[in-house]
Design a protein around this ligand. Sequence first.
Ligand code: SF4
Length: 434
Amino acid sequence: MSNYTTQMDAARKGIITPEMEKVARDEYRTPEEIRNLVAKGQVAICANKHHKSLVAKGVGSMLRTKINVNLGVSRDCKDYNVEMEKVMAAVNMGADAIMDLSSHGNTQPFRKKLVEECPAMLGTVPVYDSVIHYQRDLSELTAKDFIDVVRLHAEDGVDFVTLHCGITRKTIDQIKKHKRKMNIVSRGGSLVFAWMSMTGEENPFYEYYDEILDICREHDVTISLGDACRPGCLADASDVCQIEELVRLGELTKRAWEKDVQVMVEGPGHMPMDQIEANMKMQQTICMGAPFYVLGPLVTDIAPGYDHITSAIGGAIAGAAGAAFLCYVTPAEHLALPNVEDVKQGIIASKIAAHAADIAKKIPHAMDIDNEMAEARKEFDWDKQWECAIDPETAKSIRADRAPEFDDTCSMCGKFCAVRSMNKALAGEHIDIL
Ligand code: SF4
């Protein structure tokens, strides 16, 4: 029987948990440093007590930037086996977290299978599952029904839950009055908004927040405070709806911490590049350094089919400015449920963004691998280059497809290869170009 409830409770009691030790080893920090950051809420170790297969990781702006992969079946793509294959492929490609966003069929067996087998942090959005779980119309669900689904996910072993606690009845008037271009684009946020509109009641995730905190405390579930009003297009970025919700998320962060419940705060969305850094700083101040989990940000609205790139640009800027956790975006965003190749493209793009941010933030040893790659390039050590590459498969196949005549070049410049010429020149050797 452990003498603490959550990782935050342990940290505040001065206890260094096995999970904190693991995070400290991974992040080149001392266990005491990690304990201190968890105690302050600046690092979240999302680790439900029932998730025995978890390999713990820390999420915080001063740690390596983590990436999340959204998966789960929908009415149009409902094969749970295919989804499980995607999960394991995503973990092998470096996903730090998997969010199961299933919105069809019997979701609990898949969730339990994930808890049994998946070593990555697991997240869910219980409001999606509520309609599926009860098989009733949204308007017929009660506040208690929603809270019971949060409890169910906590008991099943989910490490973090996205809860849209930050919108209230006041938001209904604000959205109507403000006339945003894209209204609400958060799936969970729109469900909560629709439920409030249809029932005339207050947001249950806000009204019964204390009850939710008790559930999360018991099982050590981290709350990921959803941003229902995240901008869904550049024109809506940093508007009053987004900022008003962020202020409430700051208040809710404080209330969670008072009960030793760990928190992450979700963020934008679509956003022009020049607004990203200011948004990161504002979140850090309002939410007192709680880890910021960004959904993009997508820096332009006009690239469907390439939104893994628009979000990687925003994610790199956000990460460098303090975001701790990037939600991947695939080329299928805004278009369809991602297939295996889309998932791969999304993961690679977010890994590049996260790594670039880590270098800018001077995360210990983040740049070591880049230095190794530079050495390997200078030496024309292709095997070493594949070892250092984020996606060795693609790199290898491109080289093989257009192989050069000589191994100490590539087919781009051939004997005009600058690296080859400089190696030879500095070694005092003759340089043959023709
Ligand atoms: S041939 Fe050109 S592109 Fe290829 S390695 Fe040499 S300098 Fe780089």
